[in-house]
Design a protein around this ligand. Sequence first.
Ligand code: S3P
Length: 426
Amino acid sequence: MKKEFKKVKSVNGELDLAGDKSISHRAVIFSAMAKGKSQIANLSQGQDVISTMVIMHKLGASIYTKDRKVIIGGCGFKGFKNIKTDLDCGNSGTSARLISGLLSAQKHSYTLIGDESLSNRPMKRVIDPLTKMGAEFRTDENLSLPFTITPAKELKNITYEMPIASAQVKSAIIIAGLHSDNETVVIENEKTRNHTEQMLGLPVKSESGKIISSSSLKYYPNANEYFIPGDISTSAFHIALALLTPNSELRINSVSLNPTRTGFIEVLKEMGANISSEEIKYSSNEPYGNIVVKSSQLKNIKIDPEIIPNIIDEIPILTIAGLFADGEFEIRNSKELRVKESDRIESICYNLKLLGLQVEEFEDGFAVSGDIGKTNITFESFGDHRIAMAFAVLSMLLEDGGEVNGFECVSISNPKFEEQLNSITS
Ligand code: S3P
C-alpha cells in the first residue's frame, strides 16, 4: 500500500501512546510463565506483540480482554502444552529470540517459524549460548528460522560473555536461566536495554566497565499486575516531527523513560532540542513520565559509540532529524542495523539518494551531505516499520510532501500511527 503525506504546518496537542513493545513482549511472556492470572494495562497493539500472544496462547496460556486490560492465565513452571504445530513469530525478532530461551528449558520440543524477513535474520547468536545450556536446535546451515528446539534435559548453568550488544540474546539466556536453582550469569561489555532484569528484579552489578546480570529459579515470575508505559521508540517519530516543524509544541503522556531507552532524547538534546520530561513514576520497576517537545533548530554532533545500542531502533528517525540539522549527519559503529527488520543502512541510504543527497555508505553506518534537491518522491519501506515511519515523517517536512511504498508494515509496532499524526498535525 502506497501512502501519501503532505507537508504539515504545525504539530500541537498531546498523545497517549500504546505500551512499549519491548516491555509488552516481556509482560506477556512472564504472565504466561507464571501460575495464575496476570493483568496487563496498555499493552502494545502492534503485530509483533500479537505474535508473542498467539504463541503463548498456543502453548496453553488463556488470554482475554476485560475492562481494556489483557488478562493472561499462565501455565506455571514448565507447564506449557505439548503441541506439534509451528509457533509463528511473524516479523518479530524479540519473539523469536526470547521465546527460544523460554523453550530451551521446557519439557517438550517446539518448532519456531517466522516471515521472510525474520527467516533471514541471524539466530546463531541465541543458538550458541542456549546450546551451551543444553538445548538442541535443529535447523539448516544458515542457522536461522525455522528451527526445532529440543529442551535441555537438565539445564546447564553458564557464565556467558556477550560477543555482541543484544538485549534479545541477553534476555533469552536469562529467561532460560530462570528454570534452574543454580545461577546463570550474563556479562555485557556494552549496556543494552534492561527491561528483563528490571521486570524480574534480577541482581545486576557493574565491574570494570562490564555489566553482570544473573538469573535463577528464585526470580521466576509470579502473576502480576502490569501497566506498560507508552513506547518511547514509537514516540521518537512524533518527537522528531514536532521538533522539526515550526510553531510546534507536543506533549506525550506516560511514556517509558527507562535510561537504557532514552538515548535518542539525550542525543537530540545535545543537538539543541527543546525536550523536557516531568513526573517520573514507576511500574514493575520501569520508570515513565510525560515529555514536552518544542520546535528547535538542531545541529549535528558526533555520536558516541557507547550510546549506539541505546538508540539502535531510533537511528532511522534520528537520520531524518540530522537532515534538517546544521552540519552533516554521520552515524558509525552501527553494524547491527544491517540485521534488523531490513538492512537499515541499505534502506536508509537508498531513500536518501532519491532526494539527490550525497550518501557515503560504510559497513557500520553512513554519512550524508549536500542539499535535498529532488521532490515528489516515493520512498521505499522495504517492509520495515521504522523505515516506513521515518520516511513518512520526512515526507511531512518536505515542501511537496512525499509517498511511502509498503506503508502497511507500520502495524508491526504502531497500527495507530496515522490516526495519531492526524490528531496532532495541521
Ligand atoms: C529489543 C532489543 C533490540 C531492539 C529490538 C527490541 C528487545 O534488539 O532492536 O527492537 O526487546 O530486547 P537487539 O537486542 O537484537 O539489539
